[in-house]
Design a protein around this ligand. Structure first.
Ligand SMILES: [Zn+2]
Length: 103
């Protein structure tokens, strides 16, 4: 579900002047702060969408994603050509070489 940013029209409350809340796309826009019931407006910016990107998309965007598989063992699910698929603690040679990404 997307996270929306709302802003109090006047003074903020315990949630701050701005706050973020997760809502279904089907939910109507909040008119009042659920905490203090004062009027709020929704900001246009979507803070984040919980729908993730695929590992291939992340890799193409230059991210490296590590998934913990065991104590001290991480799978590099965005491994690039020549990268080790698994990273192990105390084995620096298994850590991806980011200089290749930058080049
Ligand atoms: Zn409030």
């Amino acid at each position: 579900m997307p996270i929306y940013e709302y802003e109090h029209m006047a003074e903020g409350c315990e949630w701050g002047k701005r706050f973020e809340i997760q809502q279904s796309i089907k939910d109507s826009q909040l008119k009042k702060c659920p905490e203090c019931k004062k009027p709020v407006k929704r900001n246009l910016s979507l803070v984040g969408i919980s729908v993730g990107k695929s590992n291939a998309e992340l890799r193409d965007l230059g991210f490296t994603k590590l998934v913990r598989r065991d104590d001290g063992v991480y799978e590099n699910v965005t491994a690039r050509k020549g990268d080790s698929r698994y990273m192990e603690r105390d084995k620096p040679e298994t850590i991806p070489d980011v200089s290749k990404i930058i080049k």
